[in-house]
Design a protein around this ligand. Structure first.
Ligand code: ATP
Ligand code: BTN
Length: 255
């Protein structure tokens, strides 16, 4: 970690009641010429989203929906790696409260609860501009603090929330910790890329050594998940060979 004095400061903190999406809010701030280093929090999102336009459920006042805008002056060498490094920060924060966090490539945070691995958080990194030059990046994190049954029914996978395990957990405290740790992470990531997080990601790999199905468009392929390489790409064994997958349109499912 960088010494405290080299950490960057926030310029604006927006605490909104309702937005379409905290990511969209900060993308608009960038479009207007501001955005770095700003944070947006909201009680509710009317159109919270995951990858490829999928919906992110945000029950009013019970979710931590958090976005941070950051301008990468010399380009963000690997945004795949950035979303993985942020996953590590979220997982380490949950672990410091005793929650057994695991990471699912490329952008999910799960908990290990006996044999189940319900999803507790998701990360959505969006970039405007070309990553090889100066670019504006919005980092969005959705962390379930409390998830009412009515919302769980609408989510087609196993899910959990912090208060399922720690009933009194404070949403504000997690918001503050995320800001602090992201403001430390980003300058370090700008200087060194993903290498400092590779091992920490692999130690928490939810699917290590497990059979998985790789979904690419309409294609389904079976493989054994290994770990991530120095750039944050996932290595899998397929028909006896090691194959490297880069994020984009790929999803993994446990078999
Ligand atoms: P992938 O492996 O492609 O990332 P994913 O199912 O995790 O697959 P994402 O786009 O990352 O897909 O995340 C959106 C998905 O997350 C939704 O389709 C839904 O299944 C799930 N989801 C939506 N809201 C929540 C929530 N509050 N908590 C946990 N999961 C949610
Ligand atoms: C995923 O699992 O695909 C990522 C979900 C990311 C959700 C967060 S909530 C805050 C920010 N605003 C959004 O619309 N999405 C992200």
């Amino acid at each position: 970690a960088l010494p405290r004095e080299t950490r960057k400061r926030l310029t604006r903190l927006f605490v909104e009641e309702s937005v379409e999406s905290t990511n969209t809010f900060l993308r608009e701030r960038f479009r207007q010429g501001a955005g770095h280093a700003e944070v947006c929090l909201a009680e509710v999102q009317s159109a919270g989203r995951g990858r490829r336009g999928r919906e992110w459920q945000t029950p009013w006042g019970r979710s931590l929906v958090f976005s941070l805008g950051w301008r990468f002056e010399s380009g963000a060498s690997s945004l795949e790696g950035l979303s993985l490094a942020i996953g590590v920060v979220v997982a380490e924060m949950l672990e410091s409260d005793g929650l057994p966090a695991r990471l699912k490539w490329p952008n999910d945070v799960l908990l290990q609860i006996q044999k189940d691995q319900p999803k507790i958080a998701g990360i959505l990194v969006e970039v405007t501009g070309d990553v090889s030059g100066p670019c504006d990046v919005v980092i969005g994190i959705g962390l379930n603090i409390e998830l009412p049954a009515s919302h769980r029914e609408d989510i087609g996978q196993s899910v959990t929330a912090v208060r399922d395990i720690i009933p009194g957990a404070s949403r504000n405290a997690y918001a503050a910790r995320l800001m602090e740790s992201l403001l430390a992470l980003l300058p370090e990531f700008e200087a060194e890329g993903f290498s400092a997080w590779q091992q920490r990601w692999n130690e928490r790999n939810a699917f290590k050594g497990r059979d998985v199905v790789i979904l690419r468009g309409d294609k389904r392929e079976e493989a054994i998940a290994e770990g991530v390489d120095i750039n944050g790409n996932l290595e899998v064994r397929m028909n006896g060979e090691t194959i490297t997958l880069a994020g984009g349109e790929i999803s993994l499912r446990a078999v």
